[in-house]
Ligand binder design. Structure first.
Ligand SMILES: C[S@@+](CC[C@H](N)C(=O)[O-])C[C@H]1O[C@@H](n2cnc3c(N)ncnc32)[C@H](O)[C@@H]1O
Length: 128
């Protein structure tokens, strides 16, 4: 491949009650907090509660990948290519979820619909 490693720093992290792997629906049903580095708070200007935003994050507890995987690990389902799946086990372990922005409290975004675990490093936030 053409390029060497690409280095990013987290802009914040996720807080919710889910420390261990859980079903996406279960995590999405709870409100999560996206705690931004306080030095980046001005970057939230223009975001409004009620809008949809994309949270881009690093699957920090995912190890390795296969190019063809059973969807959600369900062996009764035929394998599919990793790029046709939302699996956390992928060559670059990056997650993207569109969430509802419930409230902005200083450097903290309260969101609904996020399926990232507690402590997950956040890489970026954008309007959906
Ligand atoms: C199927 S992925 C989908 C994530 C995102 N919506 C996407 O499409 O990229 C969601 C699952 O990833 C797992 N997960 C969430 N945060 C993780 C993390 N930090 N490290 C490893 N696995 C994680 C959880 O089990 C969660 O149910």
């Amino acid at each position: 491949m053409g390029q060497g490693p690409i280095l990013y720093s987290a802009i914040g992290h996720v807080e919710n009650p889910f420390r261990d792997i859980a079903a996406p629906e279960e995590i999405r049903a709870e409100e999560s907090r996206v705690v931004l580095d306080p030095a980046l708070t001005d970057g939230l200007e223009g975001l409004e509660p009620g809008q949809r935003i994309m949270v881009i994050f690093h699957f920090d507890r995912s190890h390795g990948y296969e190019l063809r995987q059973h969807p959600r690990g369900d062996r009764t389902q035929p394998r599919r290519g990793v790029f046709a799946l939302r699996s956390p086990r992928r060559p670059n372990p990056i997650g993207v979820t569109v969430v509802d922005l419930v409230a902005i409290e200083g450097n903290v975004l309260r969101v609904r619909g996020l399926d990232a675990l507690d402590g997950t490093p956040v890489l970026d936030i954008k309007p959906a």
